[in-house]
Design a protein around this ligand. Structure first.
Ligand SMILES: NC(=O)c1ccc[n+]([C@@H]2O[C@H](COP(=O)([O-])OP(=O)(O)OC[C@H]3O[C@@H](n4cnc5c(N)ncnc54)[C@H](O)[C@@H]3O)[C@@H](O)[C@H]2O)c1
Length: 369
């Protein structure tokens, strides 16, 4: 790859406006935004003016043919991700897609079939990339915390009716779900990043307060291959908003409380009696693994992930978060919806090819697309 990474932004709405600048200021790897595309000319013009991109298009195929980007930052509504990702990959461009990577596991597997080495496919799950998560992963790997026993994973956010009234939100065929898919997916991804493969989920979903085709709250119990169990809540109707993750290990409780991004001071470690060595190790940032030194930034966020994505592109290695890892998170979302709809415990094999919830997060729900 040339020294300068050529980036195109497709979908120049809220997320692109807020975060695209971080692509070109994310550390040692040089990158520039060479083009942008949006079907809404007003939004496109505002983006071009703010980010100084030289070329604007209303059509992704034209952008790919003329601007030949190395990387496309895909910020369109989720219902477009599969087709647009395939167009990028087939043109040879790698893809960095905003969550959720696709509407269903089937769509994600269709994308997987078009991925090469390069072109790569990565999903934005920016909260994996703050220093606290890296430090915790390293401590887990070192064995100092002991076995993970219990986790709490709460995304209790507030979204008013106007949020759901945006045409692509809260619909199975355009968003692929409600707050489980659209909001809580970040905390669940952080939890899976730490605890690994899940083996069973039991869930309920409810539509308590918003006019929406999907749920506005979900509750789940998740079992992990390592024996840990977790309680998960995803809500769009909680006036006191919070993102909360708690892990009870044999030798310490580790918690992080934040909203849309954490800093070092948002983490709390409570050692088990007689295990002050764990607290000392946390405070020193000591670890048996190498990622802590690389995570210079305390704050989780797009900037932190983008820096790693650009380094990976330069080095010819898979940029984070790779498809197989975002697939595991999407499978848990499918599992929650499947369990809630069927009133049964669900295993990963229950959302595999051939199963209704593999094809669509709406699965077997009557009347859903
Ligand atoms: N990582 C995060 O924390 C985070 C936060 C919010 C949203 N998101 C995700 O980012 C994505 C975009 O969300 P948003 O809030 O910016 O939405 P948005 O509606 O503000 O922006 C989407 C843009 O895509 C454009 N668009 C629609 N059809 C298009 C097409 N065919 N070609 C090109 N452009 C097209 C729209 O005109 C709009 O400007 C979603 O997947 C969402 O889930 C991620």
């Amino acid at each position: 790859m040339d020294e300068m990474i050529r980036i195109a932004v497709v979908g120049t709405g809220d997320v692109a406006m807020d975060h695209a600048a971080a692509l070109t200021s994310s550390g040692p790897v040089a990158a520039k935004i060479v083009a942008a595309a949006d079907t809404d000319r007003t939004r496109l013009d505002a983006f071009l003016a703010k980010h100084g991109a030289p070329a604007g298009y209303d059509d992704i195929d034209e952008l790919l043919a003329r601007s030949r980007p190395d990387l496309v930052y895909l910020c369109t509504p989720p219902g477009l991700h599969r087709d647009q990702a395939l167009a990028c990959l087939r043109s040879g461009a790698s893809v960095l897609v905003e969550k959720p990577p696709a509407l269903s596991l089937r769509e994600l597997d269709e994308i997987a079939a078009a991925v090469g080495e390069p072109p790569w496919f990565a999903t934005v799950f920016q909260h994996r990339f703050g220093r606290g998560q890296a430090r915790l992963k390293a401590l887990v790997d070192s064995g100092l915390l002991g076995r993970p026993l219990l986790a709490v994973c709460h995304t209790t956010w507030f979204r008013d009716q106007a949020y759901f009234d945006v045409p692509w939100r809260g619909r199975w065929d355009t968003e692929g779900g409600g707050p489980t898919m659209g909001l809580g997916i970040h905390q669940m991804d952080m939890m899976l990043d730490l605890l690994g493969d899940w083996t069973e989920v039991r869930a309920v979903t409810r539509t308590q307060a918003r006019r929406t085709e999907t749920e506005d709250v979900s509750l789940a119990h998740v079992t992990f291959a390592n024996g840990a169990v977790a309680s998960v809540v995803n809500s769009a109707l909680s006036p006191r908003q919070e993102s909360y993750l708690r892990y009870d290990f044999e030798h310490a409780t580790v918690e992080v409380t934040h909203l849309y991004g954490y800093r070092d001071e948002d983490w709390r470690v409570t050692p088990a009696p007689g295990r002050d060595d764990v607290l000392a190790a946390w405070q020193a940032g000591l670890s048996g693994a190498g990622d802590v030194a690389a995570a210079q930034n305390s704050r989780s966020g797009h900037w932190a992930q983008f820096a790693k994505v650009l380094s990976s592109l330069r080095d010819g290695t898979p940029p984070p978060v790779p498809l197989e890892e975002s697939r595991r998170t999407l499978a848990l979302v499918a599992g929650i919806y499947a369990s809630a709809a069927t009133d049964r415990p669900v295993k990963p094999s229950d959302v595999s090819p051939g199963a209704p919830f593999y094809d669509s997060m709406a699965g077997s729900r009557a009347g859903s697309g």
